[in-house]
Every structure is written in C-alpha cells, then in structure tokens.
Design a protein around this ligand. Structure first.
Ligand SMILES: C=Cc1c(C(=O)O)[nH]c(=O)[nH]c1=O
Length: 313
C-alpha cells in the first residue's frame, strides 16, 4: 500500500504535515520539518511586522491536549517570504504552505496578500482567518460578511493558489453559511480546524489557570478536539465544491485518528499538539500506523476510502 496524497493536483509522499504554529517559527525549525518524514509543512502565521506575542506561560501541554494563547508571535512576513522563496526551489512539484494572519484586521490581511502577490513566491498560502488569541479582535471567520468581503478583495488582485484556515463551527446553519461564502471563490483548500477557542484549564494542585494571557483563556488542541475536528471536516466536505480540497487538523495522535480524518474527506493532515509533545518522530510513527491500517483493511491507496464515511441509513 501507498500513503501517497493527492492535493491541489500535486502528489505528496504522505498526507502528514505540521499545524501552523508548531515547529515552524524560523528557518531552523522549517529545515527540521523539510527533512522529517512529514509530506509537507506550513510556516507560523505571519503578520506584516514581527511580534513578540503574549506574555508567558502562553502554551501548556495538558493530559488530553494543549491550551495556548500565544498572541501571534512571529518574525514578520518578509522573513518567511525570503525563506520560502529560497526553499521553494527544492521540491517545486510539492509546494509547501506559507501561513498568513493579521494583527490589525482587514487592511493588513489585504496588504500581506499584496506583498506575496508581488513577490517571487509561487507556493501555497494558508490564509489564517481563525486566530482566537488577538485580544479585542473577533475571529474573521466567525463574521461571514467580513470573510466574504475580504475574499472578494483578495481575489480582485491575487492570482496565486491559496486556501483558508477555519475555526470550528458548532451549528449546521454556520456550516451552511461559511460553505456558501467559500464556494463563491476559487479557493484551493480549506483547513478545518484551528484550535477550539477560549477554553479554560485549571491546575489541580494550585487551583490556578495555567497560561498567563487572557486570564487563562486559550485555544484548545489535542484529544479534546477530535470529535469537533472530524465533524467540521465532514460538514465542509459535504458542502464545498469538489474543486476545494480539505486539510484535516485537530486531535490527530495516532494512525487511527489520521484514518478517521481521511474517511471524513481530508486530503492532507496537520498535526499540532502531538508534534509539540513528541517531536518530529511523530511523523514516522503516524506513517507506520496509517500504513498498517491500510494493509489490515486491504486498501492500496488513500483514494479508495477517502471521504467514504458510512452512516447508519
Ligand atoms: C495565528 C494565531 C494563532 C494562535 C496564536 O498565535 O495565539 N494560536 C492558535 O491556536 N491558533 C492561531 O491561529
């Protein structure tokens, strides 16, 4: 059997990659990903200017996952663009992902995309519409009108391939609404999900929160979020044009979790919390475990079962 993944018309050795924010802050970490068993990788979400982010502690591993309120720390868009333009010559047939966010809102999103459009970068962009940790700023993707306005503005000048990183939605009306907005545009992919925003974790010895920013409120990742992640992958797959691929993110710790995301319709798979906890070796383990599942089930390729989740009809 083969774990070859087809995504955006390209073939990757396997569907695994990091989730933006984990192991992707600088060139050294990106080199680590590029030489790991991961099939691709994505950079830390960049803002126009570099940012220190929120005071620490701002990321904590907890028994069933993680909680974070990083506050968009990053080295600035030009740093990641310069790195990406050098890096893209290595495997032009397997484009990687440059993640773009905004601290100041709508205008900065547009300016960041204009800078990429005018650059020599030819790869994919993951437009992060779902950062839950910018104090005072609502998540763009929870405002359907603003999301439509932003994508309309970007598509008026941007001609390179890109997709969007979405937060989790929890209501069928919201699945319908975001899909109706996204289906209007020539997006190459949609990544579901970002962390489940503004959770709260209490230390059982000190009766205190565990991260400093926002009184301890932070995005939740890991085992906690798999049911929500699978639901969002499935719901968006059922609603989006087939030309828009899905990246599945959230709660992938084992080959079985990866297999379930693929069953729901994901084409690529991002690993955040478990990569943070286990290191780059997580990709070797996930490849081994997923391959064993395909062998056990008699599948030769992912295409044979991708999106084929059975229901109890
Ligand atoms: C880009 C900001 C994000 C952050 C952050 O930098 O706080 N944390 C997340 O869990 N998801 C994000 O999208």
């Amino acid at each position: 059997a083969s774990l070859q993944a087809t995504f955006y018309g390209h073939t990757y050795e396997n569907p695994f990659m990091n989730a933006s924010g984990v192991h992707c802050m600088d060139t050294a970490e990106l080199d680590g990903l590029a030489t790991s068993a991961a099939g691709s990788f994505v950079t830390k979400s960049a803002t126009a200017e570099g940012r220190d982010g929120n005071p620490e502690p701002r990321y904590v591993n907890i028994e069933l996952g993680s909680i974070n309120s990083m506050g968009l720390p990053n080295l600035g868009l030009s740093y990641y663009l310069d790195d990406a333009i050098k890096r893209q010559t290595a495997h032009p047939d397997q484009p990687f992902f440059l993640s773009v966010a905004s601290y100041k809102g709508f205008d900065e999103y547009v300016a960041n995309m204009k800078a990429i459009q005018d650059s020599a970068y030819t790869g994919l962009v993951e437009l992060n519409l779902s950062c839950p940790n910018v104090p005072g700023k609502p998540q763009m993707a929870y405002d359907f009108e603003d999301t439509e306005k932003l994508l309309t503005e970007i598509f008026s000048f941007y001609t390179k391939p890109f997709g969007v990183k979405l937060p989790p939605y929890f209501d069928f009306m919201h699945f319908d609404k975001i899909a109706a907005v996204l289906n209007q545009f020539d997006l190459k992919f949609v990544n579901c999900i970002n962390s489940v925003g503004n959770g709260l974790y209490i230390d059982d010895e000190t009766d205190t929160v565990v991260i400093k920013p926002k009184g301890g409120f932070g995005g939740i990742g890991g085992e906690y979020v798999k049911p929500t992640a699978l639901a969002n992958v499935r719901a968006l797959r059922q609603r989006l044009n087939p030309t828009i691929d899905i990246i599945g993110t959230g709660g992938i710790l084992t080959g079985r979790d990866a297999y379930e995301h693929l069953l729901c319709g994901a084409s690529m798979l991002q690993v955040g919390t478990q990569l943070y906890k286990e290191g780059l070796g997580v990709f070797d383990r996930l490849n081994t475990e997923l391959l064993a599942i395909l062998e056990a089930k008699g599948y030769n390729t992912i295409a044979e079962f991708k999106g084929k989740l059975a229901t109890l009809d």
